[in-house]
Design a protein around this ligand. Structure first.
Ligand SMILES: CC(C)(COP(=O)(O)OP(=O)(O)OC[C@H]1O[C@@H](n2cnc3c(N)ncnc32)[C@H](O)[C@@H]1OP(=O)(O)O)[C@@H](O)C(=O)NCCC(=O)NCCS
Length: 274
């Protein structure tokens, strides 16, 4: 085998490793979802459930010409880790938090961000026109970390930033609800990013209003904020249009001063943070 062949093989292995890591992250997201849905621990521990998965992957390994024993060993280790993950989901009472998305709006729908969105998210967050008020546009690795952060948020809190897309499935950006620090306190924030070529059509306002309703009606939040760079007039305008007003300045972030707009939901059930 020549050194060129070896480089080619190594590149293929690297590409496969990337795919495997992405797929495992996706699997982790769905395991957390499944864990949140399960009613009791016995179902999570059920030994025949593990055996069924092992039988299935052994058959797939044989089909693909791989060693069924090696695949089984790998899967047993992975399943053990995922069972821990499912149990931790139970232990942190996440089953009580519905992992749903805001309702569709007139033109938009929401869905959880996955690694299939990495291209679109990297283009969005890597666009200097979109990231004007951030320290810098995000690299592809930072965009990947953004997707991972949101997947962790879905698992831990039942909400995060979701992908927003048109009813026809065209990627528009992201919008959603995350916990952020304001002067050292945790506050539920609505955040939004819209593709530069789709801005100015009312999409952010439409999506943020749906998130506001979700925070109030589904999460039972008592308060919602938007933390905004003082020069980001478009973002402030979106916050105002969904009913927010200036609350305070924040001095705890990466930039010296951020404006905090927000609103209270006096009628909410006050369930708030999980
Ligand atoms: C903020 C952002 C999401 C708004 O998206 P959008 O889909 O264009 O928003 P909408 O069309 O719903 O509304 C934008 C409003 O801001 C206004 N606006 C836009 N640019 C403005 C500017 N430079 N100065 C003042 N108002 C401005 C628009 O006129 C509109 O208000 P109007 O309906 O009263 O006319 C978008 O600009 C964006 O992605 N920015 C970069 C990411 C970002 O900064 N996110 C917020 C982080 S805090």
């Amino acid at each position: 085998m020549t050194s060129l062949d070896i480089d080619g093989v190594r590149a293929e292995i690297d590409a496969l490793d990337r795919q495997i890591v992405q797929l495992i992250s996706q699997r982790q997201h769905w395991v957390v979802e499944a864990g949140a849905l399960k009613a009791d621990r016995d179902a999570v521990r059920a030994p025949d459930r593990v055996q069924k998965v092992i039988d299935k992957v052994r058959a797939l390994a044989e089909e693909a010409g791989a060693s069924a024993d090696v695949v089984e060993t790998t899967y047993r280790a992975m399943i053990a880790a995922f069972i821990d993950l499912e149990l931790s989901v139970h232990e942190s009472h996440l089953a009580s938090v519905p992992c749903t998305t805001p309702n569709d709006t007139e033109r938009l729908r929401f869905r959880p961000m996955t690694f299939d969105d990495l291209e679109s998210m990297a283009a969005l967050l890597g666009d200097p026109a979109v990231m004007t008020y951030y320290p810098a546009p995000k690299t592809r690795d930072e965009a990947r970390a953004w997707v991972e952060w949101n997947q962790r948020n879905y698992g831990e809190h039942g909400h995060g930033l979701w992908v927003i897309e048109t009813r026809e499935g065209e990627f528009v950006g992201d919008c959603g609800l995350t916990w952020q620090k304001v002067n050292g306190r945790a506050e539920l924030e609505v955040g939004y990013h819209v593709r530069a070529d789709l801005q100015g059509r009312g999409y952010a306002t439409e999506a943020a209003a749906a998130c506001r309703d979700f925070a109030r009606d589904v999460l039972g939040a008592t308060k919602l904020v938007a933390i905004i760079h003082p020069d980001n007039a478009a973002s402030a305008r979106v916050a105002e249009k969904i009913g927010m007003r200036f609350l305070e300045e924040d001095h705890g972030g990466a930039i010296a001063v951020r404006r905090v707009l927000g609103m209270d939901f006096p009628e909410a059930r006050g369930r708030g943070r999980s």
